[in-house]
Write a protein that binds this ligand. Sequence first.
Ligand SMILES: CCCCCCCCCC/C=C\CC(=O)SCCNC(=O)CCNC(=O)[C@H](O)C(C)(C)COP(=O)(O)OP(=O)(O)OC[C@H]1O[C@@H](n2cnc3c(N)ncnc32)[C@H](O)[C@@H]1OP(=O)(O)O
Length: 280
Amino acid sequence: MLRCLPTFRARAARAMSTTPSLVQIEKKDNYAIVRLSRAPVNSLNMELLQAIDEAVQSLEQDKNIKGMILSSTNPKIFSAGLDITEMYQPKTKRLREFWRAFQNTYLRLYTTPLATVAAIEGHSPAGGCLLAMCCDSRVMSLGGPLIGLNETKLGIVAPFWMRDVMVNTIGHRETEKMLGLGLQVNALRGKEIGLIDEAVPVEQVHSVAEKLLLEWLSIPSSARKLTKAMMRDETAQKLRSRLDEDRSNFVDFCETDKVQSALAGYLAALKKKAEAKAAK
Ligand SMILES: CCCCCCCCCC/C=C\CC(=O)SCCNC(=O)CCNC(=O)[C@H](O)C(C)(C)COP(=O)(O)OP(=O)(O)OC[C@H]1O[C@@H](n2cnc3c(N)ncnc32)[C@H](O)[C@@H]1OP(=O)(O)O
């Protein structure tokens, strides 16, 4: 048995070195930094969504950990949102499972008793914006990066629960404009409308995120957690009571010709842009 151990260790080490982790977790004293790590742009496929859900769950179970900073290993991109290739020409079974993973990750992150801060150094469209909005606070870098729910621009419609989270964050009228027009805004504008709590130079994003997290963690823990639940459970419950219906709506909607051709057009445009960039 003892002689087997080094072999087992070597195998485990080899497996780790060949399977890059989709989410990196760095533990500090009483909190963790969770970095999305799916190259090139952290687009949220089913496996990344599941990895985020599992990461948050494992931190919830660690009695030393009270909070987390959600971030990205790519300083230019927080997350490009849902992986469009999951929705384009999908297999129905996988599409349902993919949406289940998205629902689960949202519910986990939005209602986690951990204190959460999003450290947004780069772009954060659509599903990326949702992840950020699920956190208790958001810090974003000044300059180029944009954040927002741009679904309408792709010819798709955000589900009611993404709308609800945005309404809870920036209010009904701003959501009506952001969502209807598919707007993305920079950190300064984000701060004006309450989408972003702090807009700072990119090199300060992490230190300010830590400062905000420590502020949440300075509140007596049970009072903080109960208040978070009081503020968020009703919104989460709305989806929990309609999980299957929401999944079916998504699958039916996604499989329509209209949505498929909108996604095809959008993917082609992304590809063309990437090719033009590579040719430079
Ligand atoms: C009736 C109601 C029922 C409910 C139905 C609801 C259904 C809708 C679901 C709504 C929820 C969420 C929707 C989404 O999240 S959709 C995703 C939206 N995301 C975007 O629009 C972002 C698209 N990407 C970009 O704008 C840029 O890539 C970037 C993030 C700003 C990065 O720019 P970059 O210049 O650094 O990189 P770029 O060259 O563009 O991309 C590199 C490669 O990555 C590919 N890629 C980019 N984004 C995605 C993506 N979201 N999914 C898949 N692939 C993506 C890109 O094509 C390049 O690939 P390659 O190198 O050419 O192979």
